[in-house]
Design a protein around this ligand. Structure first.
Ligand SMILES: [Zn+2]
Length: 199
């Protein structure tokens, strides 16, 4: 009976329906996430083999919780990937895109200075509609090691949480916000984005 009531409420509330669609995906376990992280690192190493002097842009979405992917999340990710591809088309050496239940991730290997790239990406994260949901990381290789450039090491403040003005990492670490609140925020952003960007 309880279940039926929840289902009814979801059918009757347009937003609840859409919220469910955004997170209508498979759950991922911690072990699978760790495995996905290893595969990601392996892929990064392989990409650098093609051009060790290149700068690697890695694109992921910041989706807390055990559901990291869905049709809708993939669609918005691909839109943003296309935006970034066209932004850096002149400097692109190669592109890779992986989508599975651990999430969406893309890599663009570029012939561009890493600090310059990071600055352009910070601007992008701050100005674009979905910017706060994107993680745009910059990697470069020095000898055998892969390094990542952080905002703070080039003089920018750390990223702010999308629900409050605190530092995002601190909110994540202390679990300041409920998963429901986070998903609600993401769903609203994503649905608005699709509404305005699909034609
Ligand atoms: Zn917060």
């Amino acid at each position: 009976m309880q279940l039926l009531n929840i289902e009814m409420a979801q059918l009757l509330t347009p937003f609840a329906m859409s919220n469910n669609q955004v997170f209508d995906g498979e759950s991922v376990t911690l072990l699978e996430m760790l495995h996905a992280r290893e595969e990601r690192q392996e892929l990064q190493r392989n990409i650098f083999l093609k051009a060790p002097q290149g700068t690697l842009l890695s694109i992921t979405m910041n989706i807390p919780g055990e559901i990291k992917n869905s049709k809708i999340l993939k669609r918005v990710f691909e839109c943003e990937l296309n935006n970034l591809k066209s932004k850096f088309s002149k400097e692109t050496i190669l592109t890779r895109f992986v989508s599975n239940k651990a999430g969406n991730e893309a890599y663009i290997l570029l012939s561009i200075n890493p600090v310059l790239l990071k600055k352009r990406l910070i601007k992008y994260e701050e100005e674009s509609q979905l910017g706060r949901l994107l993680d745009l990381d910059v990697h470069y290789k020095n000898k055998e090691n892969i390094f990542q450039i952080s905002r703070t090491e080039i003089g920018y403040p750390p990223r702010k949480c999308f629900l409050c003005d605190n530092i995002a990492k601190e909110c994540g670490r202390s679990r300041s916000h409920s998963l429901d609140d986070i998903r609600l925020y993401i769903s609203k952003k994503v649905l608005k984005y699709l509404e305005e960007n699909s034609n």
